[in-house]
Design a protein around this ligand. Structure first.
Ligand code: PEP
Length: 246
């Protein structure tokens, strides 16, 4: 099965022109290998235009979705984007529960569980991000497993009985917080062990995320348990992955 590369641009780039340039490089990368499938998640301001203009050339995802009330798809929620709106653009994936949103936007497990439910029920592939902080990590692998188990239970609470939905459309991104944007990835073997653990726990595909770039991706690729990667900073320079993905 092709490995999935989710390119999370976060709050980048600053202009639509730059966004088109990065997207163009991502499309060249996507076309260079059939062993990988790339989905690009631009900021929502660029997402709609890019997904209309480049439909069919590459897959798109949203960095977030509205999970509160009203769920009708429109209403009095300033600054939010609903699943219905995303349905009307050409989006296949939605990222939920990214650690930056948990930390800076105060998103709780309860909110993330709702967003996961909304995304899955609307027919999207939902990428649920989970991961431990440095303190938990320093307590060893059993502490990490127990933290992740608890986070998954809470974040999947709303869809616990929907085994079918989980199996087909849920993707878990294992992203140790201390590895995100630091240039210090988890060691590949430990990442693979966690991917195996998560896969057995929820029956979903599992991605690894945290400082993956063109230089180190080759160290992770050989692990079958890792179905793909969630890539932040390095996704803004897609050409650096050329040659590493064959
Ligand atoms: C991320 O934002 O999910 C991420 C993994 O970022 P980076 O690749 O920059 O560590």
């Amino acid at each position: 099965m092709a490995k999935l590369l989710i390119f999370n641009w976060k709050m980048n780039p600053g202009t639509f022109k730059e966004a088109e340039k990065i997207l163009g490089e991502s499309i060249i990368l996507e076309e260079s290998s059939d062993k990988y499938e790339i989905a690009v998640c631009p900021p929502s301001l660029w997402l709609f235009d890019l997904s209309q203009k480049y439909a069919g050339k590459i897959t798109f995802g949203s960095q977030d979705v509205f999970g509160g009330d009203p769920l009708s798809g429109k209403g009095a929620s300033t600054g939010e984007i609903s699943a219905e709106m995303l349905k009307n653009s050409k989006v296949e994936y939605i990222i939920v529960g990214h650690s930056e949103r948990r930390r800076y936007e105060n998103e709780t497990d309860e909110m993330i569980s709702k967003k996961t439910e909304v995304g899955l029920k609307a027919g999207f592939k939902v990428i649920l991000c989970v991961g431990e902080d440095l303190n938990t990590h320093s307590q060893g692998p059993e502490a990490v497993k127990s933290f992740i188990k608890d986070q998954l239970e809470k974040d999947l609470e709303n869809i616990h009985n929907s085994k079918f939905i989980i199996h087909n459309s849920l993707i878990v991104a294992y992203e140790p917080i201390w590895a995100i944007g630091t240039g210090i990835p988890e060691n590949p073997e430990s990442a693979a062990l966690m991917a195996k653990y998560i896969k057995e726990a929820v029956g979903a595909q599992v991605l690894y995320g945290g400082s993956v770039d063109g230089k180190n991706i080759g160290n992770f690729i050989k692990y079958e348990e890792i179905d793909g990667f969630l890539i932040g900073g390095a996704s803004l320079s897609p050409a650096q992955f050329g040659g590493q993905l064959n």
